[in-house]
Design a binder for this molecule. Structure first.
Ligand code: SF4
Length: 345
């Protein structure tokens, strides 16, 4: 469909290590419209960051895309050359990471680094690039940008460095910004400011965003849709309302119990999910959440659950949604039609 900016189909990414093949992403399908913000949530090892690195073709050795397709504006990017990918990364897709200090070069000024990104991808003079860099710093809320442009990264605070990274990423007005845990290293106030900034920029520049996070709490404000990943697979996908108010997957329910409720005066204890994620060298045959799920049944261990539709655009890979599944306390089963492993419209 023409309005799809990104279409990911059956993406499988593995790391071929000396102890065996780590199947980090085991068949993931999703899509994204222009200007849309999607959150990909899961614990570490769920496959969310490997998915985003696969989209950018930034996997480190021994990681490789084994199978699948990534269409960006209808164009296959899995088969692009390093040179072609470098052009796409600067112009069309940009990425920001958790720790800006590892992405910023300490020996160049902030201004040099923004200007470099602009000069590499746009036909402008050095003077025009500097003017644009000042504008970008202003846009991301750096005070006195005409002075701070000549500062080095160590002269910026953590929050300002992350803003500078966003300025670099957005300087070429990409159609897609992938943000991998962009606020995890920051304190709560700065975290809220950075998320607010991304929201504002999304509206001003109409950049689509994929926000990768382990924290369900940070996606609600920025994203309209959420994908929940576990064991290299998508467990559930839906709107923010579906995921927060009508979760259909026990793993999503477990994640929600570990998010503090902002509108609740009572002090609630966060409930961690017991157990550890599956070994992705020998992934389970059935549901990857089987060993930690309080509702697990025999079929869960034997067969990977397909997606069941829980409404328009809402799907859950859980056998409890099957029409023959037993009623269990604490799980609201409303029978929904079974769908394939693909996306739901
Ligand atoms: Fe639990 Fe079975 Fe559903 Fe997996 S498929 S989440 S083990 S009930």
């Amino acid at each position: 469909m023409a309005d799809k900016l990104l279409e990911v189909k059956n993406l499988k990414t593995s790391f071929f290590t000396h102890v065996g093949e780590v199947q980090a992403v085991r068949g993931v399908d999703f899509d994204l419209k222009a200007g849309e913000a999607l959150g990909i949530v899961g614990e570490s090892g769920s496959g969310k960051s490997v998915t985003s690195l696969s989209l950018m073709q930034l996997l480190q050795y021994p990681g490789t895309i084994k199978e699948g397709s990534i269409l960006f504006e209808g164009d296959e990017i899995v088969t692009k050359s390093v040179k072609e990918m470098r052009r796409i990364r600067g112009n069309d897709i940009a990425m920001i990471f958790q720790d800006p200090m590892t992405s910023l070069n300490p020996v160049y000024t902030i201004g040099d680094q923004i200007m470099e990104a602009i000069l590499e991808h746009q036909d402008v003079t050095k003077h025009q690039a500097r003017e644009k860099a000042i504008k970008m710093l202003e846009l991301v809320g750096i005070p006195s940008p005409e002075k701070r442009i000549d500062n080095y990264p160590h002269e910026f605070s953590g929050g300002m460095r992350q803003r500078a990274m966003i300025a670099i990423a957005l300087s070429c007005e990409p159609k897609l910004l992938i943000a991998d845990e962009p606020t995890t290293a920051l304190d709560v106030t700065i975290q809220a400011q950075i998320l607010e900034l991304m929201k504002e920029l999304k509206e001003k520049i109409n950049t689509a965003i994929i926000l990768i996070t382990h924290d369900l709490g940070v996606v609600a404000d920025l994203c309209s849709r959420i994908i929940v990943m576990y064991g290299g697979l998508i467990m559930e996908e839906g709107t923010v309302e579906d995921i927060f108010y009508e979760p259909k997957h026990p793993y999503t329910m477990g994640l929600l119990k570990s998010v503090p409720k902002l509108n609740n005066d009572k002090r609630e204890r966060l409930v961690p999910i017991d157990g550890t994620p599956p070994d992705l060298i020998k992934p389970p045959t059935g549901c990857p959440f089987y060993a930690r799920c309080q509702y697990s049944m025999k079929i869960c261990q034997e067969q990977q659950p397909p997606f069941f539709s829980a409404g328009k655009g809402h799907r859950s890979a859980c056998w409890l949604m099957h029409e023959d599944a037993p009623k269990v306390e604490g799980y609201s089963k409303t029978f929904k039609r079974e769908v394939s492993h693909g996306t739901t419209d």
